[in-house]
Design a protein around this ligand. Sequence first.
Ligand code: CP3
Length: 344
Amino acid sequence: MSKIKNDLFLRALKGETVQRPPVWMMRQAGRYLPEFMEIKAKYDFFTRCQTPELASEITIQPIRRFGMDAAILFSDILVVPQAMNIEVEMKPDIGPWLPDPIRSADDLDRVIIPEIESSLGYVMDAIKMTKDKLNHEIPLIGFAGSPWTILCYCVQGRGSKNFDKAKEFCFTQPHAAHALLQQITTTTISYLKAKVAAGVDAVQLFDSWGGLLSPEDYQVFSWKYMQQIIDALKSQVPVIAFGKGCWFALDVMARSGASALGIDWTCSARNARYLTGGQITLQGNFDPTRLFSPPSEIKKQVKLMIDSFGKDRYIVNLGHGILPNIPVENAAAFVEAVKEYKEE
Ligand code: CP3
């Protein structure tokens, strides 16, 4: 593997001293970009995911415009249940839509552990094409949803504020829930290993709905499976674990073998450093709605954020995905502020 020219992101993951922290944005390949909307108007969601030319182009769009220090492959966490024979649609204005959600042990009969190359080979093709286009300029991040977050969609059948049906399933049919979580975990491990073989330089696990669980239930229904994935991957690739609303688990996460932990904006830098013991690389945690502030204010706040996390062992990011209606110049100000960063 030849060396990547801008290796700030990989160095931050190793905890090395850097001149400035690296920056990328969760969901950076997305609907706030006019060039993304042009492609979206022509092709439906899964066609964009399944066509390597489109997925690689969409991945690179934000890099071309803003010059982030890492790219994240355009895809979705829900391609995993799809490959497991759970139907997933993406409905305009609704989002994920699963016509036949999992609600019982019987429903698990149709769930399979897929062969990755035949079911998700298109993702590996997109990775190879994206790596070619990136031409060793910056690293490429691959990702997967946490088993818990994927279960949330598989059972609820669509997005939700509290995923009550998913939680009810776990608490009334724990045996079936754990069987499903384990199937998702096993699939995710082979999927991420295939991504590494195809060329991704780091992987991120998105536990977007981990914060809906109590600290005790989080360990049982989410973290246990995240840890299995980290154990299986950590010797091959740096792993970033992001749990939204999961500050209560940061102490355990810091001892997991993950290279970095994602932090959301409800947890201060000081508290995150304290809870994680001050050694592990942290990533985050700008409030995504703060990108509505004028560019000058965004720049001020980014500077303060870097000062409070410290420039080392730190990756600048949002605390969750960028919102669709953020002005492009505000996203630009976020990235510029990091590139202009100087310690005082
Ligand atoms: O970060 C990136 O730029 C890479 C692309 C990416 C997408 N989804 C593309 C996408 C990533 C990393 C994801 C992860 C994802 N998908 C998560 C975890 C991260 C998070 O935001 O919590 C989750 C929970 C999903 C499930 C999902 N996919 C939802 C809830 C939705 C609809 C709501 C929404 O935010 O749009 C999607 C659709 C989706 N995935 C879109 C994009 C760009 C928008 C729809 C479209 O492009 O047609």
